[in-house]
Design a protein around this ligand. Structure first.
Ligand code: ADP
Ligand code: MG
Length: 391
């Protein structure tokens, strides 16, 4: 962690500070429907503004090909303005960037139009990064969620200006460091979700690092089948049975469901809880059962660090949220009590933890999605590497 410069190392007064944020907010009819990412970006913005920086914000929305007015950051600018009252927030488009920056006073914020409108951004074009470097005196990256992409505003620019991690980036890197690089052991990982195929690199990396791996969700079905259990009509991946066997043979402690909640389909009014050997041909497994929850809780109580990705059942459809809720609440309880450090991430995982009402009780919940998963896979993240102090 000492390898990064943070805002503690920067006196931004009077400087033009170029800040990369994740403001890729969900919109419906031009209105922001979830402010989480914007709210998480506020500490860095407020700190820089209060220290007298001229703050220039770069961000993207969606995946435009060239300029695409349906993906303008105008609604985001409005939301940002409201969130930062009484700070002055300006918004400007391509050709006016230089003028907008010149007019900027200390403590003021300028949001630039969708940075992906510029073709050089996603190509990490050195010429565009050079142009960008003219806009600021220093660079702050606070967008961990785009750190798995080497783009001009996330990677190229960091080699051209003195670079710093923003507060959110710092928090995220700290949480990740505490869980996989330097965890207080025993370290438990919980992996759930739908498919083994999308999580193979992640499972391989985790198995080499954790003390115990809990596998639930539909992906556990493939492992149960590999052990010779009949998973009935459940979702599973027959092609991956031999891969699953290989992972099970790695000699790590792996906890799989011992009981499950099954139904004919998601609308079946009579779901049934049964032991894994009692699953019938026509049954579909949609959740873990109470005995499995209690096994997980038992192991979690003797762990000191928990890393979680992937819901344990089809939590979006009640009552198949029970298993995920119960384990989430157990983790929240052990975290509040100070006996575990808990870090979770993944798009659906965040939704599941929000549904269980425990997001604020976890030590850290990452909203980074792809970057979080790539980090779990052990891949180097270009946006993070570029921030490392050059010796
Ligand atoms: P994340 O986005 O957090 O990485 P995933 O995308 O891997 O998580 O998995 C989430 C999905 O897995 C959810 O939509 C959930 O309904 C599904 N899922 C979990 N358990 C099961 C199951 N037993 N059967 C079918 N789908 C499941
Ligand atoms: Mg998902």
């Amino acid at each position: 962690m000492t390898d990064f410069r943070t805002l503690d190392d920067l006196n931004p007064a009077g400087k033009r500070v170029l800040v990369r944020l994740d403001l890729n907010l969900p919109l419906q009819n031009g209105k922001v429907t979830d402010m989480t990412r914007l709210e998480r970006s506020l500490p860095t913005l407020k700190e820089l503004a209060s220290k007298g920086a001229k703050v220039i914000v770069m961000a993207h929305l969606g995946r435009p090909v060239g300029t695409d007015k349906t993906l303008t950051l105008a609604p985001i600018a409005l939301a940002l303005k409201e969130a930062l009252v009484p700070l002055p927030v300006h918004f400007c488009e391509g050709p006016q960037v230089l003028k907008g920056i010149e007019a900027l006073g200390p403590g003021e914020i300028l949001l630039l139009e969708n940075i992906r409108f510029v073709p050089g951004e996603e190509k990490n074009d050195p010429a565009f990064a050079q142009e960008m470097a003219q806009w600021g005196d220093v660079y702050v990256n606070d967008a961990f969620s785009t750190a798995h992409r080497a783009h001009a505003s996330t990677e190229g620019i960091a080699h051209l200006l003195p670079s710093y991690a923003g507060r959110l980036m710092e928090e995220e890197l700290h949480a990740l460091h505490m869980t996989l690089d330097n965890p207080k052991r025993p370290l438990m990982a919980i992996v759930g979700g739908a498919k083994v195929s999308t999580k193979l690199p992640l499972l391989e990396n985790l198995l080499s690092k954790v003390d115990i791996l809990v596998m639930c969700g539909a992906m556990a079905n493939t492992f149960l089948a590999a052990l010779g259990h009949d998973v009935g009509a459940s979702l599973y991946e027959p092609d991956l049975i031999s891969t699953a066997k290989g992972l099970l043979d790695k000699g790590r402690e792996i906890l799989l469901p011992v009981d499950v909640v099954v139904a004919q389909d998601l609308k079946d009014p009579y779901p049934r809880t049964c032991m894994i050997h009692e699953v019938k041909k026509e049954d579909k497994i949609f959740d873990i059962g109470p005995a499995t929850v209690s096994h997980i809780y038992h192991k979690m109580s003797s762990s000191h660090t928990l890393l979680w990705n992937g819901p344990l059942g089809v939590f979006e459809t009640l009552p198949f949220d029970h298993g995920t809720n119960a384990v989430a609440q157990a983790a929240a309880h052990l975290t509040r009590e100070g006996s575990i450090v808990s870090v979770a991430g993944g798009g659906d995982t965040v939704a599941a933890l929000a549904h269980a009402g425990v997001v604020d009780d976890f030590t850290y919940v990452s909203t980074a999605g792809g970057a979080f998963l790539e980090w779990l896979e052990g891949k180097p993240l270009p946006g993070v590497l570029a921030l490392l102090k050059k010796r």
